[in-house]
Design a protein. Structure first.
Length: 194
């Protein structure tokens, strides 16, 4: 607020100087005030008023801020901090791949790697791993294809021990692999239970 007020005061001061310079020039032109100095003074005062007004408006400053402020570099948004999306859905991915000629499908599956997704799924089956994780095979919208595979730490999600097969939950993760045969594998997953 103070910064804007200072800028306005400087702008008004410049406009007043400009008005005084123009008034002196008019008075000299009408020969109300005479003298050789009058044309030079009116020109200088007008130019000074215009210059101060322009500087105040175009280049605002604040005496509170340092002369050489440190500019922080922009933070790069990496793929892990991007918000996950519910599109494309697993069904949309498979429908797209099925429409392609068979020879093009394998190359097209690579296009999905790294996309962050957020899908509502149900558990079809699970398998405990020796490292304490659990590997899950899930369905999207009760469709058998595609199956969505991912692995999470069972310690972080104890709900998985008692969840019913038909209970929906949300998985957010990054697509690691898409198989044209009908499966999607996710990594870096987080689960949200309703």
């Amino acid at each position: 607020m103070a910064r804007t007020r200072k800028r306005a005061v400087i702008l008004i001061f410049g406009i007043v100087l400009l008005a005084i310079g123009i008034a002196l020039w008019i008075l000299g032109d009408k020969r109300v005030i005479t003298g050789d100095w009058l044309s030079i003074i009116s020109l200088v005062v007008s130019a000074l008023g215009l210059l101060i007004s322009s500087i105040a408006w175009l280049f605002p400053f604040s005496p509170d801020s340092p002369a050489n402020p440190q500019i922080e570099p922009k933070k790069q948004i990496d793929n892990l901090t991007k918000k996950p999306f519910d599109k494309p859905t697993p069904t949309e991915i498979m429908d797209y791949l099925r429409k392609l000629p068979p020879f093009q499908r394998e190359d097209a599956t690579d296009n999905y790697k790294g996309i962050k997704v957020s899908w509502i799924v149900r558990i079809e089956s699970s398998e405990k791993k020796p490292n304490g994780n659990v590997s899950l095979m899930t369905q999207y919208e009760r469709n058998f294809s595609p199956m969505i595979f991912f692995e999470v730490e069972l310690v972080k999600y104890p709900e998985l021990k008692i969840i019913n097969k038909d209970q929906e939950f949300k998985v957010e993760g990054e697509i690691d692999r898409v198989s044209s045969g009908g499966s999607i594998t996710l990594t870096d997953c987080k689960l949200y239970f309703y």
